[in-house]
Design a protein around this ligand. Structure first.
Ligand code: TUI
Length: 312
């Protein structure tokens, strides 16, 4: 399954794990990298020293390449940007903003830089700024999202840039990966599929909630505040969306979501927690190891791609 992405990153399969806040810590990142994909540590809103420790712990668990995802709205983004260079991280992905001001320093440190984008405009800007690839992330994804679907976004980004495009949003099996290849992607990024894995240090209630979810069970909160976030529906999304419909202010809404992701991941609070998840949760029915997940994805994809000549 060699593509431009496997060559760029020095990995076996062009499958990247999403840099999910609270979920993407060193155990998960190392497990995905050990299985031949690219694991990521999600820096999210964590202080830079936490990220440094996570990088060091991941290195104890794997000799294979792994990366760090930097959430650009984090108050610690500037500090984390320095730590990844100091610690010799091989790959950096970014989300929820424009990483332009960091790119030159990261490139000088020999880091492969892969911004996550939700539009053609940002993809083009990132290519001009020297990015090695982009992740084109559709609105099917969990967490903070853009407006455009994966089906529509990926081929337009592929047409707009020469660097490799990695598709994300709505992918959890070989059919999704083969479809992404058909749209011109050279790799895929999966988030929700890896939350429901053995190695994810996530409360069992959250994993079970993903397994139980059906096709129509995600909701997007925060459209009115300009920070749309896709989560699995529960008591708090119901209240949030009702308040939003009534024209509630940011302040009136904020208290419902503050700390919600931590409550979901660490306490397993499925009633008031923020269970970030992609729409593809409806298709996820079990909680395998990362090795099993990647093994299945590769076998399913290979079967569909045989004879297409898209990869060997
Ligand atoms: O970043 C993500 N997904 C995330 S970040 C996150 S942490 C969070 N929690 C609560 C509220 C807000 C964030 C949870 N999930 N995905 C990558 C992504 N980036 N999706 C969309 C974008 C994006 C959107 C607008 C990137 C750039 C952008 O505008 C760039 C500009 O021009 O400033």
């Amino acid at each position: 399954m060699q593509t431009e992405v496997t060559k760029l990153l020095g990995i076996e399969y062009p499958i990247i794990q999403g840099g999910m806040a609270w979920v993407a810590e060193h155990h998960l990142a190392a497990a995905v990298s050990e299985a031949g994909g690219l694991g990521l540590i999600g820096a999210a809103n964590a202080p830079a020293e936490w990220v440094r420790e996570e990088i060091r712990k991941a290195k104890e668990l794997t000799d294979k390449p792994f990366g760090v995802n930097i959430m650009l709205m984090s108050p610690y983004a500037d500090d984390v940007a320095k730590v990844v260079a100091e610690e010799g991280v091989k790959v950096v992905t970014t989300g929820a903003g424009n990483p332009g001001k960091y790119l030159a320093d990261w490139k000088a440190a020999g880091i492969r830089v892969i911004p996550v984008v939700a539009s053609v405009a940002l993809a083009k800007m990132m290519e001009r700024a020297g990015a090695d690839a982009v992740v084109a992330e559709g609105t099917e994804s969990g967490g903070h999202i853009g407006e455009t679907t994966t089906m529509v976004l990926v081929p337009q980004v592929v047409d707009a840039v020469k660097i490799p495009v990695i598709a994300a949003g709505g992918i959890a099996d070989g059919r999704g990966i083969a479809a992404a290849f058909m749209l011109g992607a050279k790799g895929v990024q999966l988030g929700t599929r890896f939350v429901a894995s053995q190695e994810a240090v996530v409360h069992q209630n959250y994993k079970d909630y993903i397994v139980k979810a059906k096709d129509i069970d995600t909701r997007v909160t925060g459209r009115s505040t300009g920070h749309p976030v896709r989560v699995l529906r529960n008591a708090v999304t119901k209240e949030y969306l009702e308040l939003e419909k009534k024209g509630a202010t940011f302040e009136e809404l904020e208290h419902l979501t503050v700390g919600g992701l931590r409550r979901a991941v660490q306490e397993g609070d499925t009633r008031t927690g923020s269970l970030m998840s992609g729409q593809i949760a409806g298709m996820i029915r079990d909680i395998p190891t990362c090795k099993e997940i990647i093994g299945r994805l590769v076998a399913e994809t290979d079967k569909l791609m045989k004879g297409t000549g898209i990869y060997e």
